[in-house]
Design a protein around this ligand. Structure first.
Ligand SMILES: [Zn+2]
Length: 227
């Protein structure tokens, strides 16, 4: 194995110095470009913003070390990308349908303590994902949640019921999210698929709300919100 070839190959002192210069220029260019997007920082990215970041990333990285790639081309490409970004942002503010096309739209996942069935069936998000989101925001069961909205940047917005309006709901923590095999009389149970709550008589009863194959029930909780 030729170690010199792996680590050095044809790198001359002159090209090493050129790399320093190239990286410095591109570094300044990246910061300038990102400032021009008008964003203050990056927490969660929408699909559209991720596209911009990915294209900028490739354009920005290559000229740092590619000998026959003049920096002026990189400047031109980055300016074009930023121009398109600003154009799209402007278009999104003017036309709502254009915004939904690029950013997607926010989705109701929970309404009145129950999961919105057709959204789960479309596979927009798995049970696990939004259960985890809600657990992280201190929610113990769905009976505490009035509204759960999945934002376009992937964040999860929650509106909770005040303590005196909390009703029975589907537990979200693994130890309580378990299918029951025996039914106790006059106790509330929650459908493990959609969160529908009822008094049931048979652990194999079909959920009247999601109808098809849902036959799993967990013991419903009605504990208050603890903050
Ligand atoms: Zn159900």
């Amino acid at each position: 194995m030729d170690w010199a070839s792996i680590f050095i190959y044809d790198t001359s002192w002159a090209f090493a110095a050129e790399i320093l210069l190239r990286v410095t220029v591109m570094f300044i260019l990246i910061i300038t470009s990102l400032r021009f997007t008008g964003k203050r920082g990056v927490r969660q990215l929408s699909i559209f913003e991720l596209t911009i970041i990915l294209s900028l990333g490739s354009i920005a990285g290559d000229p740092m070390f590619t000998e026959d790639l003049p920096l002026v081309q990189a400047v031109l490409i980055m300016s074009t990308v930023i121009f398109l970004y600003r154009l799209c942002t402007w278009g999104m503010m003017q036309y709502q349908p254009f915004e939904e096309l690029l950013e997607g739209r926010s989705l109701y996942i929970v309404e009145d303590g129950m999961l919105v069935c057709n959204k789960i069936k479309q596979g927009k998000m798995s049970h696990d994902e939004f259960f985890a989101e809600m657990r992280q925001q201190g929610v113990e069961h769905l009976g505490q949640v009035r509204t759960g909205l999945l934002e376009t940047d992937g964040k999860f917005s929650l509106l909770l019921y005040p303590s005196d309006e909390v009703s029975y709901g589907l537990p979200l923590f693994p130890k309580q999210y378990q299918a029951v095999t025996q039914i106790e009389a006059d106790k509330y149970y929650a459908c493990m698929y959609c969160g529908y709550v009822d008094v049931i008589s048979n652990p194999d009863q079909v959920c009247p709300r999601c109808e098809d194959d849902c036959r799993n029930w967990a013991k419903a909780l009605n504990s208050k919100i603890v903050r």
